[in-house]
Design a binder for this molecule. Structure first.
Ligand code: NAD
Length: 377
């Protein structure tokens, strides 16, 4: 089967591994990457001339089918299929970017937190494999699986605790939780309400809305006060919008009625993130400006990057936070703490304390899981 033969990944290749690629998000994201990444390659000034997608899933039949299907798409991006039968090593070896949508999604009535036990086990095993197979001084790891608020602490602390080679690798500057869907939703919903209420004539442009904090309910803080879309929303409209962004995922879970959570919009959001990392690693851009959920302290308990020392007291010492960042090939290089300083009174005095108190519990849950886990290697 030609699609399942792993092409040799040469020096001139950029390899992206997607773990959980046969799932709802994994399939759609892989499609977008297979269809669109060639345009990044054309811009590249560097020696990389090829992009490879290594698709892994525990469901062997499904991943073989997905890979065979994608391999017929007429772009020069190559694909390979991986499952536990052939080992995850071939998938991860030489990967520059690892994207993780592996795990179980929500059913109606479930919170993201309800997924914790199953998905924390999956994330720690995948973290072990990443530590064993990837170059921890270079690889970027993007965690999509929920609950992001707890699973990113699981991924970071598991690798640092159980894999000595991670020490001084800087890997904690390159593991990020993907919260982009909240930003995508805030932009979509703000434009929608402006048009419905006749407040804006700019129907073809999309607003930018910073969204910070975490990725679950009230830990999600959409900062409509910092949107570039001039808007005269009244208090009720603002409350409605904030709630809709915080609980937008529930609309999809309910509409799918037991068949999972957001997949297509998440794949779109994930694609927007991955394409930025591809641009960075190809040398098309020098830095990424984007919001991700990251640790604010490094393996030695120092602030992860300039700006994190200023952010930590503003978020009552929460160890992880989604915040606009500058990211270079070495990882997070600047934390834009000023986004918190620019909050209005309601955002700072009402939303931030609720977010931080819940976030700290979510973070502790992840850290306790790793502390209680016996080393599997
Ligand atoms: P899905 O069930 O359709 O797909 C998950 C895939 O992961 C399946 O193909 C499954 O076989 C695979 N899998 C399970 N265990 C694995 C393992 N150990 N290694 C590799 N693959 C494994 O689910 P989905 O709808 O694609 O959602 C995936 C995850 O993303 C869920 O946790 C969901 O809650 C989360 N999610 C996150 C966001 C976000 O904004 N970050 C948005 C939507 C969904």
């Amino acid at each position: 089967m030609p699609h399942s033969v792993t092409p040799s990944i040469e020096q001139d290749s950029l390899k992206i591994a997607i773990l959980g690629a046969a799932g709802g998000i994994g399939q759609s994201l892989s499609l977008l990457l297979k269809a669109q990444l060639q345009y990044q390659l054309k811009e590249s000034n560097r020696s990389v001339t090829h992009i490879h997608l290594a698709l892994y899933d525990v469901n062997q039949e499904a991943i073989n089918g997905v890979t065979a299907d994608l391999s017929h798409i007429d772009t020069p991006i190559s694909v390979s299929s991986h499952s536990p039968a052939g080992g995850i090593e071939n998938c991860l070896h030489n990967a520059s970017i690892v994207v993780i949508p592996a795990g179980v999604p929500r059913k109606p009535g479930m919170t993201r937190d309800d997924l914790f036990n199953v998905n924390a086990g999956i994330i720690s095993q995948l973290g072990d494999s990443i530590a064993e197979c990837c170059d921890l001084s270079k690889v970027f790891v993007l965690v999509i699986s929920n609950p992001v608020n707890s699973l990113v602490p699981v991924m970071v602390s598991n690798i640092l605790k159980n894999h000595p080679q991670s020490r001084n690798s800087g890997i904690e500057r390159r593991i990020m939780g993907v919260t982009k869907l909240d930003i995508v939703r805030a932009s979509t919903f703000l434009r929608e309400i402006n048009i419905e209420s006749g407040l804006t004539p700019r129907v073809n442009s999309m607003p930018d809305v910073p969204v910070i904090g975490g990725h679950s309910g009230e830990t999600i803080i959409p900062l409509f006060s910092q949107s570039n879309f001039l808007s005269r929303l009244n208090e009720d409209q603002l409350k409605y919008l904030i709630h809709r962004v915080q609980y937008g995922g529930d609309e999809v879970v309910k509409a799918k009625n037991g068949k999972g959570s957001a997949t297509l919009s998440m794949a779109h959001a994930g694609y927007k993130c991955v394409v930025q990392f591809v641009s960075l690693l190809l040398g098309n851009i020098d830095q990424i400006h984007g919001t991700y959920y990251v640790p604010l302290k490094d393996a030695n308990n120092f602030p992860i990057a300039p700006g994190a020392d200023q952010l930590l007291p503003l978020v009552d010492g929460a160890g992880y936070f989604a915040i606009p960042l500058t990211i270079t090939t070495k990882g997070v290089s600047y934390v834009d703490y000023d986004t918190v300083n620019r909050m209005n009174d309601m955002e700072r005095n009402e939303m931030l304390p609720v977010c931080v108190s819940q976030l700290k519990k979510n973070i502790d849950k992840g850290l306790e899981f790793v502390a209680s886990r016996s080393v599997s290697t």
